[in-house]
Design a protein around this ligand. Structure first.
Ligand SMILES: O=C(O)CCC(=O)C(=O)O
Ligand SMILES: [Fe+2]
Length: 398
């Protein structure tokens, strides 16, 4: 996988770490409080705050409330590899009805994930600010970017999150010299493992969708596509009930492979205002469908809105590996999934320019990009009655 001449880094929806949100260094005229905010939540915690600064306080309607656990479908990768048709049906249903699922028997050594999380913790919690700051950058194509919140330049309310973005520039030489040396080896091993899982799941998803004519070509595009790892840090928060670690968003990619520690926090939307918390079996990998796969599948698969809740007692660390085609590629519904009779085309062509245009005008509305690409079709002309037009919603009832 090589990402050359990429104008904009591919990332998940709504984030501008890839677009450049101005200098994260505090401006000289900023008040000390503003400067602290720009340096991230990890730094705010070190400064000894006991209440949540106003910039992080969400309006009551957007605060996290009571939720129940989500029951994520389980996809057995070993059975998929063995060509078990019922497992392909399980994957198909998971992408269609849930958008999130857990993968077991993926073949990735648990040591790789453990080492990645340990390296992330060392980076965020052991490195002094002066060291971490060296990786702060406003340069949009930086292979490394240390930042805070979600879309720091546009966020009306900031998110209780710091992150380290690691762009994979060359899949054959993963240990990028620009990546912080504290995480380099662990991140390279983890990135390679995620690529393998992504490739296998995409092959199976294309089979399940019946995308046969261009299957090989599309998988080659996956191999030559984009990968970015977002290493997220959600420190323990003084008033967790007033804020979020990540606001509601969907991921602007084909698939996201998610690794997190034993602290819960990820929540998925039912699409009707209710949320469910994601818990995966030990050793399982959590995977979610992104906007590009929803479009490629012409709405058969769902890119589900999710968010992260923070915790009053324990810090949480997660690593999202975001995978798609090359960043400059136009994404359209697959030809096999569109016809003039009962499967009208449901999405406009989408590219990075459309995404950036949307972001520039959509302050805070991280979750609506996909909706802006939808073509309204009358329900009577759609064969699948499953999709009620709200692509955010999913089914997680036990
Ligand atoms: O921390 C998590 O569990 C989710 C992170 C996430 O949604 C993302 O990085 O896009
Ligand atoms: Fe996400």
């Amino acid at each position: 996988m090589t990402i050359l001449n990429v104008t904009v880094d591919t990332s998940s929806s709504g984030r501008v770490d890839q677009i450049g949100d101005g200098s994260p260094e505090p401006e000289p005229e900023q008040s000390p409080a503003a400067a602290d905010v720009a340096l991230g939540v990890r730094h705010l915690c070190d400064s000894g705050i006991t209440t949540l600064p106003d910039r992080y306080v969400l309006p009551p309607a957007d605060r996290p409330g009571n939720i129940s656990p989500a029951v994520l479908p389980v996809v057995d990768m070993a059975a998929l590899r063995a060509g078990d048709p019922s497992q392909l049906a399980t994957l198909d249903a998971a992408c269609r009805d849930h958008g999130f699922f857990q993968v077991v028997n993926h073949g990735v050594s648990p040591e790789i994930g453990r080492a990645m999380l340990e390296a992330a913790r060392r980076f965020f919690f052991e490195l002094p600010l002066a060291e971490r700051k060296r990786h702060m950058s406003g340069y949009i194509r930086a292979a490394v970017r240390y930042g805070t919140s979600f879309n720091q330049a546009n966020d009306g309310v900031l998110s209780w999150r710091d992150f380290l973005k690691l762009l994979v520039r060359d899949a054959r030489r993963l240990a990028d010299d620009d990546w912080p040396r504290e995480v380099r080896a662990a991140a390279a091993a983890h990135a390679a493992a995620c690529q393998g899982v992504f490739r296998e799941l995409m092959g199976a998803a294309l089979d399940a969708l019946g995308v046969v004519s261009r299957r090989g070509e599309l998988l080659e595009e996956c191999d030559a596509g984009s990968q970015m790892m977002m290493v997220n840090c959600f420190p323990a928060c003084p008033q967790p009930e007033l804020t979020l670690g990540m606001p509601p968003h969907s991921d602007y990619v084909l698939l996201t492979i998610l690794l997190h520690d034993d602290v819960t926090g990820l929540e998925v939307s039912y699409g009707d205002g209710r949320w469910a918390s994601v818990e995966a079996a030990a050793g399982a990998v959590v995977v979610n469908v992104g906007d590009h796969l929803e479009i490629l599948s012409n709405g058969r698969y769902r890119s589900v809105v999710h968010r992260v809740r923070v915790n009053g007692r324990r810090a949480r660390v997660s690593v999202a590996s975001l995978h798609s085609f090359a960043a400059e590629r136009v994404i359209s519904p697959a030809a096999e999934l569109v016809d003039d009779r009962d499967r009208p085309r449901r999405y406009m062509d989408t590219d990075m320019a459309a995404f950036l245009d949307y972001l520039a005008t959509a302050e805070g509305k991280h979750k609506s990009f996909l909706h802006s690409r939808r073509i309204n079709v009358s329900p009577s002309s759609v064969s699948s009655s499953k999709d009620d037009g709200d692509s955010c919603g999913c089914q997680f009832s036990p």
